[in-house]
Write a protein that binds this ligand. Sequence first.
Ligand code: HEC
Ligand code: HEC
Length: 288
Amino acid sequence: MARDQDAFKLENPWPLIGWVSAAGLVVISVLLGFVVLGRYQQNDPTLDIWGAICRSLGITADSGPAAETKPPLRTPTQIAWTSSTLEQIAAGNAQHGAFIALNCSACHGQSGVSSSSLIPTLAGMDAAVIFKQLDDYRSGKRPWGVMGAIAKALSAQDSADVAAYFAAQAGGLPALSGNRVPESGRSLWERDPAKRLVFAGDPQRGIPPCSACHGPGGFKIGVPALQGQHAAYLERQLAAFAQGIRQNDIYEQMRAAAKQLTPDEMHALAAFYGTGASTGPAEGLPSR
Ligand code: HEC
Ligand code: HEC
């Protein structure tokens, strides 16, 4: 019996050959799959053996920073509503501001009530808004040739002073009443599309109600009052936000909303808030 088995083993080497070649195949494929092929990368240099094994197993062995260059961070403005900024604005000296304002009246009108439809009225504008916009023109965050040059000639203290002066002028934008709550009955079922956007927004397009930030009746810090402003100026700003020409709004609050508006809606919204709206079709962006 034992002899028979020995003879069988000697005479039939195939099981052994089978096992050895199966093991050989496994070893070769492991080497190929985990070491050899894993080393080669399409665009980058060949990996070392340990790196190749890790990569093949799906573990990353590269602990260094990614070589890919990241685009530089773009901040919309240099202004943040910190208490020190607010204190600086509150410390503005309106008397000194009146002197500085002599340089503004040629365009922004006597005491800040502008007679040109594309130049904003500054009288009654919140001092924080004036201060921020002047800083944005100065730093180039809101590019507009002439205002950039004028703002560069002002120091931060001058800006606070002139902001205090214009904020205190009457006859322009309405005074802050602090009440931003939409009036009752003005809802998503409102017929007039401009009023609907102002008081209810358009949730389907992600447009918040303008009144939540702009009023009428009050506004958040850093948000310009729109009531009483020139309609043509407002419409142009909406188009500039939508086209990304104006990018100085913190958290893209305005760019996000304006991108969703049609030109007709921009026209209607500017007419709702502003004064002196033309009844003609929506204008494009005039060249600067
Ligand atoms: C040559 C004309 C001109 C002069 C002078 C001028 N401005 Fe302006 N200003 C403009 C125009 C035009 C705009 C709107 C620009 C735009 O579309 O961005 C503007 C915009 C502004 C804004 C932004 C208002 C807003 O609603 O966002 C502020 C603030 C401002 N000016 C302050 C001043 C102050 C302060 C002075 C004087 C130191 C001054 N400007 C002098 C033409 C002028
Ligand atoms: C989440 C708050 C918020 C909402 C909602 C909002 N805005 Fe604004 N809006 C701002 C802020 C903040 C600014 C000033 C941006 C900056 O710092 O330059 C601004 C600026 C503007 C300006 C430029 C005014 C000027 O004097 O230069 C216009 C026009 C305007 N918004 C219209 C609208 C309209 C129309 C809606 C509704 C569809 C709307 N906004 C909804 C926050 C808001």
